[in-house]
Design a protein around this ligand. Structure first.
Ligand code: ZN
Length: 199
């Protein structure tokens, strides 16, 4: 027997989420059917709102409700340091650590020739423009993940930025090879930032 179309569609949509297979999607779809209507309405609205109310910061590329983002606007932050990360969620992780007080730049990915991802697909140009317009920046910390792509991206950025006389550093390898910043605990991250080395 086939599921009625609304259920089948909901199952298909749940399956678009990472780590959700058909079995889980089916369970979630039936669960949703049993939820109070108010909750479902609230749920569907929150899905729309992440698309409608969140934008990329025109300076750093982080996700934000207002442009420029809170971090870029904050005059108390150390404007001599920019930490380059792969994803907006890496900014959240670093901020939770509460030890880094500089600025950020979100690349939105890493160089990956296999996936056809080159510098033009990342927020590299905006980083260079930002550095050219901001003489206050003395150090760029490349905090891409310790994967081959993350390393290659760090080397690429280093070659690009160093000639401008700006120090380029890389997080210390408290993070094991292949490790994602996302999954590092706060102490490991703190040590990785503290022990950063010039590249
Ligand atoms: Zn920003």
């Amino acid at each position: 027997m086939q599921y009625p179309l609304p259920i089948a569609r909901l199952i298909d949509n749940y399956m678009k989420l990472p780590g959700i297979g058909e079995k889980t999607a089916t369970r979630l779809a039936f669960y949703t059917m049993d939820m109070p209507e108010d909750d479902v309405e609230d749920f569907s609205k929150s899905l729309m709102q992440v698309k409608e109310n969140l934008h990329s910061c025109s300076i750093c590329g982080n996700i934000t409700e207002s442009d420029p983002c809170e971090i870029c606007r904050d005059q108390n932050r150390d404007r001599s340091t920019i930490m380059v990360v792969e994803q907006p969620k890496d900014v959240m992780v670093m901020e939770r650590m509460n030890e880094y007080h500089g600025l950020y730049h979100v690349l939105n990915g890493v160089l990956s020739p296999i996936d056809g991802k080159g510098p033009e697909d990342l927020n590299v140009k905006s980083l260079i423009t930002r550095l050219q317009q901001n003489q206050a920046v003395k150090e760029v910390i490349v905090a891409t993940n310790a994967t081959p792509e993350g390393e290659a991206t760090a080397m690429y950025l280093s070659r690009l930025i160093k000639p401008a006389g700006i120090k380029v550093t890389r997080l210390a390898h408290g993070l094991s090879v292949g490790a994602d910043i996302e999954y590092a605990d706060e102490m490991t991250l703190f040590k990785a930032v503290e022990g950063r080395t010039e590249i």
